[in-house]
Design a binder for this molecule. Structure first.
Ligand SMILES: NC(=O)C1=CN([C@@H]2O[C@H](COP(=O)(O)OP(=O)(O)OC[C@H]3O[C@@H](n4cnc5c(N)ncnc54)[C@H](O)[C@@H]3O)[C@@H](O)[C@H]2O)C=CC1
Ligand SMILES: [Mg+2]
Length: 341
């Protein structure tokens, strides 16, 4: 009876699935791969693999373009066979997405193997992620960023923090389990607020000593435990520049792989024009100042390489379009231009 019921259930589910959009079917399939270990193991044999070496993604330069190659399981077997790597490589891979046709994509870090041999064999190079994100096609950047974050999390959660025993990852890499304590660990994401403060006619940008010379960006900070987004924005602005936020508006969010895995929550905030005097937190910031419309327009046009002046000082420039800070600055500019038009 149970077998008949299960067969019926499968039939109804598959009929319902056919009625769903490509997107819904894809999301449901990915979720199934995370929950069903044998389905995921089977999917690995028909999947494609993105390679990393000590968290640097593998890229191929073709002409002026940087491509992110995907290898089939058969190609992986061939390469790793040459390097005398045992079959365990498949178990180390993590699920990072799938095509509309349900071909799953996995990421795998080959940090234990000789980098130069793989690079020569596959004719490409393992490239630092900060560089890779800015040279690959725009559609590939989020995939590389999330793949690196997931690989990094697995690498740093090999042991249970309660028992000290090794943890085991599920085939999809969506969790790790300590069999001694029964604790399940899930990949960790840190929420970070990023706020573009305005006083109505100017916006506030700041720099930390570790930034490249001349780069200014919006204020950012990790959310404290127990805080909501509004409280985190108000606290960070108060802490870093000594101002009180009057009102704030959510703009957008972005996954950011640095320093590990953050969810950047971007907001616009308004402070009173009469109470706009900056009091800098010099422990974190080197400089913070108000920028007018013209300065923002000029700064957005400026390349880091053209920011150095003859006297050795640097003119301000802003983060590139891949960073959500860039989007906040552009939105502010649009709003300001519309107001002054
Ligand atoms: N995508 C973008 O446009 C931008 C991204 N960011 C990112 O935002 C992040 C946070 O900004 P910050 O001003 O540095 O934060 P912050 O103002 O909270 O200061 C950083 C300090 O917070 C502490 N901290 C608390 N929780 C932490 C956690 N989970 N991980 C690491 N440190 C933690 C540490 O002491 C650290 O030194 C940066 O790491 C940066 O990568 C920053 C600006 C632009
Ligand atoms: Mg900060």
């Amino acid at each position: 009876m149970a077998a008949v019921y299960q067969a019926l259930h499968r039939r109804v589910s598959s009929l319902a699935c056919r009625l769903h959009s490509t997107y819904v079917r894809k999301m449901r399939y990915l979720n199934q791969l995370k929950e069903d270990d044998s389905l995921c193991r089977q999917a690995q044999t028909s999947g494609t693999f993105y390679l990393f070496h000590n968290l640097s993604p593998f890229l191929q330069k073709v002409g002026k373009k940087y491509l992110v190659p995907q290898l089939s399981a058969a190609e992986m077997r061939q390469i790793l066979g040459k390097l005398q790597e045992a079959e365990q490589w498949m178990e180390k891979s993590v699920l990072i997405g799938c095509s509309d046709e349900h071909r799953p994509h996995f990421a795998l870090d080959l940090g234990a193997l000789d980098k130069s041999v793989i690079e020569a064999e596959l004719q490409g190079s393992f490239t630092n992620l900060r560089k890779a994100l800015f040279v690959v096609d725009r559609k590939d950047s989020p995939l590389l960023a999330s793949a690196q974050s997931l690989l990094r999390w697995h690498d740093s959660h090999q042991y249970c923090s309660r028992t000290g025993q090794p943890t085991e990852k599920n085939p999809a890499g969506s969790k790790r389990v300590c069999h001694a304590s029964g604790v399940t660990y899930y990949p960790q994401v840190s929420p970070v607020v990023i706020t573009l403060v305005s006083d109505g006619s100017r916006c506030l940008l700041a720099r930390q000593p570790s930034f490249p010379p001349g780069m200014f960006t919006a204020l950012s900070g990790f959310c404290d435990m127990g805080e909501n987004v509004e409280e985190a924005v108000r606290r960070e602005v108060a802490e870093e520049v000594g101002l009180e936020v009057q009102s704030l508006r959510y703009s957008a969010s972005q996954h950011w792989p640095f320093p590990s895995s953050s969810l950047m929550i971007a907001c616009h905030a308004l402070v009173g024009a009469q109470r706009a005097e900056i009091s800098l937190d010099t422990l974190e910031l080197e400089e913070a100042r108000w920028f007018g419309l013209e300065e923002i327009v000029e700064g957005l046009k400026r390349e880091p390489s053209s920011s150095k002046q003859d006297d050795g000082s640097f003119l301000p420039w802003f983060p590139p379009k891949q960073a959500i800070a860039h989007q906040l600055i552009r939105e502010w500019l649009q709003q300001q231009s519309a107001q002054t038009a």
